[in-house]
Design a protein around this ligand. Structure first.
Ligand code: SF4
Ligand code: SF4
Length: 103
């Protein structure tokens, strides 16, 4: 798919599940937020299965970085976010993502 256009609805940032951090994601986000890596991981990350770093979420499942105008860390967002939905998507995302719906 080459004509995908994100509608900036933010629905993908409110889904159950986790945004896992790939190599370099935590360092990039920490630098963007002008935090040291330790403070960043304490504030924004949790450890899944004792070895995978993921972003913490709000109680309603939304991402801590999701604000009224969209992702507040957009330029430094994790690879998992950058790659959605062109490199990966789910059956559910085909239903909720406005940008994936036929026009
Ligand atoms: S759900 Fe789709 S259209 Fe909405 S913000 Fe996410 S990628 Fe963009
Ligand atoms: S980091 Fe940004 S793009 Fe990724 S889930 Fe959170 S709000 Fe959405």
């Amino acid at each position: 798919m080459t004509d995908f256009q994100c509608r900036q609805c933010g629905v993908c940032c409110k889904q159950p599940g986790f945004v896992y951090l790939a190599s370099g994601d935590a360092e990039r986000l920490a630098a963007y937020l002008k935090m040291d890596i330790y403070s960043f991981t304490q504030a924004y990350c949790l450890l899944q299965d004792r070895r995978y770093l993921a972003l913490k979420k709000n109680q309603d499942e939304s991402c801590l970085f999701l604000k009224s105008k969209g992702c507040s860390a957009y330029d430094a967002r994790p690879a998992q976010c950058r790659e959605f939905p062109l490199r990966w998507k789910t059956e559910k995302s085909l239903k909720y993502c406005e940008g994936l719906k036929p026009r």
